[in-house]
Design a protein around this ligand. Sequence first.
Ligand SMILES: [Zn+2]
Length: 142
Amino acid sequence: MSDRLADWTKGEQAITYQACSSCGHVQYFHRDFCAACGIKGPRVARASGKGKVYATSLVCRAATPGTRAHVPYNILLVDCAEGFRMMAHGDNDLVIGDEVIVGFKPFAGKLVPFFVKIQEGDPSFGGGRETEPGTGILGLAC
Ligand SMILES: [Zn+2]
């Protein structure tokens, strides 16, 4: 496999994704092939970090002793502007349909993507992909 752009899993404050040069499919989980058409070697690119909240789940009960200090914390599914969906952390008051942008925060000893709401009037407002609001509730953990 060729060089891979560093992302948050490698300590870089960035989100990367893959795009297929044959069919145009985009995917968040990196593979040696396109999950849609099977062509080898999809292109790796750095995401803008903008998106729209597809689902939220507020976690109130720590899964591990290392996450106990963070409860309650919000786990999101975000439809990123480039067309892929990813799971990430975010502000606890985010709701489905919010336009968001990523930053990075420490969580249980690792720097993780953390989305915050883009305020109206912010030049980056409006960067998310359209989704159907209200269809993506993961479930209430509290
Ligand atoms: Zn493809």
